[in-house]
Structure formats: structure tokens, C-alpha cells
Design a protein around this ligand. Structure first.
Ligand code: EPU
Length: 417
């Protein structure tokens, strides 16, 4: 099990370049199997989920070359094969092969996806959507076999604007006859990134990024080119680090519109920053104030930044109240934060109280999930002494070149086996 060792309290200055978004990239790769033959995806992050997705694409007979952050995919000889459990459980995004292969072949066989253990994370909305397009879904134990002689465009109303279901149904709808309308669709930037890729392949999609998306089925797709948007969650994480330790730290590759909810919350906390085009300059801020926070779907405050922000709130004066509305189990990091000296109390399953400011002290902790791990990383960077984070591989799932990026701006950290 890999360990991340951090020596705390170093001031950070210099530049951090934001990578391509994990949650866009992991959908863009499966989408590439829809292209006629070749796809190029620029700005792909160096994270382990990408490696596993490439393994699945190779299993499906795609040729994949990964060079300098660009993926060259040739799916001319694509074959539909069952995706084994040992690959599908490596990450959540394996479920995007459901929509993509269903559109392409009218059949897909795959096990329930993996991903961080932050709640039950059912996929009923995806399944209901496939069925409404005319597919039959057989579930035996964990294994899903989805088949359709013919997919037919339909009007689908989501009970909840799920990111994964919106992307999956958008891809399946490409293989359907006629137009599919998704009402109450998710509006996250990832949806727009995937829709732009499909549009580049010749699919007609209207409304991506709004609550209503229309997709016209398309049999004759072209090759595809796209660029992964900068990662809004990685941006937010480094911004929080900058607010705690920056000395004119520059964060490059910011899309302001993608992180507006965070920026507004930071102002309320008393964090100051400057943004010039896509570069933010941020320095350590004093006199931080407690706030109330509620996670919501985009454009609300993203659940994926809740845990990193909780670490910032341990340094804010007063009592903050955090409400997590997306996942049932996203406060696991607070156990270790408290062991480092924070005062947080889980009031109910989805409400957390944070009292600050508290000085944190380095100790031995465990990353239980990606963003919880990021929260401990931030805590380790501001804590006195040394922090050791066990199971740090989960953090590297979402933060490419983490050690290099932070070391370059003056942090002291290393990964040991
Ligand atoms: N949900 C259902 N049924 C479904 C689908 C979702 O009940 O069929 C529920 C989930 O259980 C959850 C909520 O709806 O409570 C949100 O789920 P959503 O489908 O929107 O999320 P996801 O597609 O599973 C992606 C990201 C997550 C991110 C969410 C929200 C990927 C691979 N994962 O998950 O990223 O939290 O959208 O933005 O894209 C992370 O990066 O740390 C992470 C967990």
C-alpha cells in the first residue's frame, strides 16, 4: 500500500498547471468507440482511471496510443466483448461502455462499476433510460446484459439529474432511431465536453449544459477530435491549498464559470484572489470566517469539493455547518481530521459541524476515498510536523502528477511504498 509523506507548513509559490478533467476524460474515452474509425483526445490527465479504461478499450480491440497527454484511438476493428468484473470494478466510469456499446452493437455485457465508497451509488436511472430506449436489461448477480434489436428515440424524464445517466443515455441515443429528449438532465461541464465530442463526430445534439437535451440518432458517424476541459475539482483543490499556504501562487487553466459556486463561497469565507483570464493568483489568507455550505448539482456547490473545503473550514473562525446532499457517506475524512486536531461533529448522516480555527498536527492517517484523501492531503500541508497518508493511491486517481505539481511550488512531500 502506497504512503504519502508530507512535511507541513511550507509556503507555496510559483505555478500549478491544471490538468484535463478526470470526470470528462473518463467519459470521452468510452465515447470514442462510437467514432467511425479514429479519434484524438487532447489534454488527457495522467491518472490511473485512464489506464484502466485503456485496458478495456484494448480488450475491445481498439488501438490506443497515449503520447504527451494526447490519446490516439483507432476503433476500426472494434469487437464487442463482455467486460470482465476485474476491469469494470476498477472505476465508476466503466459504466459508460454500457451506453457506447449499446449504441454501436445493440448489446453489452458488463459488471456493476466500481468507484469510491461514498454511498450506495445505484444505476437505476441509467437502466430505466436504456429500457425507455427499447433495450432489455438482464441482471444476474452483479452482471448486466443489455440488449436491443432496435433502439428507438424516446422522451425520458430523469428522477434526478445524474451526471453518469445523462452521459450514458446521450451515448445510447446516438444508436437510436429518431430523436431522444432527456428532461431534467445534469448540467455539469462534463456533459458539454462529451456532447461536443459527439457533435464533432457528426451527431446532432441540442441543449447540452441545460436541463433538456435533444439527441438525434445517427448511423453514419465520422472520426472525432476533442480536448478535455480543465479539471474544475482539481482547480478548486489547489485554490483551497493556495488560500491556506500560497504566496502569490499562480493556478493556471481556471475556467471561472465552472467554479463559480466555490468562488462565491470563498469570498464569504474571506479568501481573496485575483483572476486574469485563466490564471488565478492567490495568497494565504488570514481571518477566515465560518460559513454554511450545502452541496448541490451544477451550478451549485460541487460535492467533490466538499471534503477539501471542510479542511479549509477547520481554519475559519466560528461554527460552519456543512450539508452533503449527493452522497450518504462523504464525511469519513473527518475521523482523521479530528485525530489531527480539528473539531468536527457529524450531526446527522448528511450534516457536519466544523468548529475553528484549530491548529492541526501531523499524524498517521488513511485515505478512504479520493476527495476525502484530498482533504487529508490539505490538512497535512498545513499541519505542524509530518503527516503520513496510507492508501494514497486513491488520491492519485483524481490528481495527476500530484507530488510533482506541489513539489514544484515548494511543498515537501513524497510517495513511499
Ligand atoms: N444516483 C441514483 N441512481 C442513478 C444514478 C445516480 O440514485 O442511476 C444518485 C447517486 O447515488 C448519487 C447522485 O445520484 O447520490 C449523484 O450521482 P451521479 O450519477 O450524478 O454521479 P456519478 O455519475 O456516479 C459523477 C462523478 C462523481 C461526482 C458526481 C457528481 C464520474 C466518474 N464520477 O458520478 O465524481 O461526484 O458525478 O458530480 O464522473 C469524484 O470525482 O470524486 C466523484 C465521485
Amino acid at each position: 500500500m502506497s504512503k504519502l509523506k508530507i512535511e507541513g507548513k511550507h509556503i507555496l509559490s510559483g505555478e500549478i498547471q491544471i490538468s484535463g478533467a478526470k470526470n470528462s476524460a473518463v467519459a470521452l474515452l468510452p465515447a470514442a468507440v462510437l467514432a467511425k474509425k479514429k479519434s484524438i483526445i487532447y489534454n488527457v490527465p495522467e491518472i490511473s482511471d485512464i489506464k484502466y479504461l485503456i485496458d478495456i478499450m484494448k480488450l475491445l480491440n481498439c488501438e490506443v496510443e497515449h503520447k504527451d497527454g494526447t490519446l490516439y484511438i483507432d476503433s476500426s476493428n472494434l469487437k464487442n466483448k463482455p467486460i470482465p468484473e476485474e476491469l469494470s470494478v476498477q472505476m465508476r466510469a466503466s459504466y459508460y461502455f454500457m451506453g457506447a456499446l449499446l449504441a454501436k452493437f445493440g448489446k453489452v455485457e458488463i459488471s456493476f462499476p466500481g468507484g469510491c465508497n461514498i454511498g450506495a451509488r445505484p444505476i437505476d436511472i441509467h437502466i430505466k433510460g436504456f429500457e425507455q430506449l427499447g433495450a432489455t436489461v438482464d441482471i444476474v448477480k452483479n452482471r448486466y446484459t443489455i440488449t436491443a434489436d432496435k433502439l428507438k428515440g424516446a422522451k425520458i424524464f430523469f428522477d434526478f439529474p445524474s451526471v453518469g445517466a445523462t452521459i450514458n443515455i446521450m451515448m445510447a441515443a446516438v444508436g437510436a432511431e429518431g430523436t431522444t429528449i432527456i428532461e431534467n438532465a445534469a448540467m455539469e461541464p462534463e456533459i458539454v465536453n462529451v456532447a461536443s465530442f459527439l457533435i464533432n463526430m457528426g451527431v446532432k445534439i441540442r441543449g447540452a449544459g441545460t436541463k433538456r437535451i435533444e439527441i438525434d440518432g445517427c448511423k453514419d458517424l465520422d472520426n472525432g477530435v476533442c480536448e478535455v476541459f480543465p479539471d474544475r475539482i482539481e482547480s478548486g483543490t489547489y485554490i483551497i491549498i493556495g488560500a491556506l499556504l500560497g504566496d502569490n501562487l499562480k493556478i493556471k487553466g481556471i475556467i471561472k464559470e465552472h467554479i463559480e459556486a466555490l468562488l462565491i463561497k470563498l469570498k464569504e469565507i474571506g479568501v481573496d484572489y485575483e483572476i486574469d483570464n485563466d490564471v488565478m493568483t492567490i495568497s494565504k489568507c488570514e481571518n477566515l470566517k465560518a460559513v454554511n455550505l450545502k452541496t448541490l448539482v451544477f451550478p451549485g456547490f460541487p460535492t467533490d469539493l466538499q471534503q477539501p473545503l471542510v479542511t479549509l473550514l477547520t481554519q475559519a473562525k466560528g461554527k460552519s455547518l456543512v450539508e452533503e446532499t449527493l452522497y450518504e457517506n462523504r464525511f469519513k475524512n473527518t475521523y482523521d481530521l479530528n485525530r489531527m486536531g480539528a473539531i468536527t461533529n457529524i450531526l446527522t448522516m448528511n450534516k457536519l459541524e466544523v468548529k475553528g480555527p484549530k491548529n492541526l498536527k501531523g499524524t498517521h492517517v488513511i485515505a478512504t476515498d479520493l476527495r476525502g484523501g484530498a482533504s487529508l492531503l490539505i490538512a497535512g500541508l498545513i499541519a505542524a510536523g509530518e503527516t503520513e497518508i496510507d492508501n494514497c493511491d486513491v488520491i492519485l486517481r483524481g490528481y495527476g502528477n500530484l507530488v510533482e505539481k506541489l513539489s514544484n511550488v515548494g511543498a515537501k512531500l513524497e510517495i513511499t511504498e
